[in-house]
Design a protein around this ligand. Structure first.
Ligand code: SF4
Length: 252
């Protein structure tokens, strides 16, 4: 946990005017060596990975190795690591006993029979454990991606004292694709086959023109998030707490 409290109102106001590489530079300055980034090495991942490689390639990058990735994702990961000179890409794996029990309990298809628990064990618990000891976590989520993500702030504080930084919060899908094109960053091999957002193979489908960009994830299920961006409670600032208590008292 940081020894001092950050003034998030002021910091977010400033960072809203900055571009993603400047936000990353701010995060490196504020949190290194206790800063970590996560990446799925999907079709949009090249943008943030390229930016971080230019600002500081020593920032550790966590990859949740669920055991269910497309071989093309693993190949793409190796390509980007080599292309960008990333120095610390770390594969995170679930607790072996928890994972083995999950596979037995759900007849080797936990993603069909209990996808929430499958994500919980393979992603959420695994990441939660790995984040201990870090002050801040950076990821490539964007406000335009889902309803859940539209209210994120560039820097948020979680209950318990960890910070989350989202340098691409203001980027649109078009901004990402332009960035990739302008910087001649190679694309995920499945992108040309209609995969816009790529996670584990059992839970990812190609999409049709005009579909929502994340509609190929957990298609046909109510699930839209794996849980890693929602398992920690965002700490409310004093003003919103005050507003909340006024709302309550006005309604008594
Ligand atoms: S995305 Fe699918 S396969 Fe991957 S951990 Fe979640 S439920 Fe399991």
């Amino acid at each position: 946990m940081l020894a001092h409290q950050l003034d998030l109102e002021k910091i977010n106001e400033e960072l809203e005017k900055k571009n993603p590489p400047d936000i990353i530079a701010w995060a490196v300055e504020a949190f290194m060596p206790k800063l970590v980034m996560t990446s799925s090495f999907g079709p949009e991942s090249g943008a943030l990975l390229h930016m971080i490689s230019r600002v500081n390639p020593d920032v550790p990058i966590f990859f949740l190795e669920t055991g269910f990735h497309f071989p093309e994702t693993i190949q793409y990961k190796e390509d980007l690591v080599r292309q960008f000179g990333l120095k610390q890409v770390i594969d995170l794996k679930a607790d072996p006993e928890r994972r083995a029990k999950l596979m037995v309990d759900y007849q080797d298809v936990p993603y069909e029979k209990n996808p929430d628990l499958c994500c919980q064990i393979n992603k959420v618990e695994t990441l939660d454990k790995a984040l201990k000891g870090y002050d801040a976590w950076m990821s490539g989520i964007r406000r335009k991606q889902t309803d859940f993500r539209k209210s994120i702030r560039i820097v948020e504080e979680y209950e318990g004292g960890m910070y989350k930084v989202s340098p691409l919060a203001n980027f649109t899908s078009r901004d990402v694709w332009w960035y990739l094109k302008e910087n001649q960053i190679s694309q995920h091999p499945l992108f040309d086959k209609g995969y816009m957002s790529i996670g584990c193979w059992p839970c990812t489908r190609p999409i049709q023109d005009g579909d929502d960009e994340r509609s190929g994830r957990w298609a046909g299920k109510a699930k839209t998030e794996c849980g890693i961006h929602s398992f920690k409670e965002v700490k409310k600032d004093k003003d919103s707490e005050k507003e909340k208590s006024q709302d309550i008292s006005e309604n008594i």
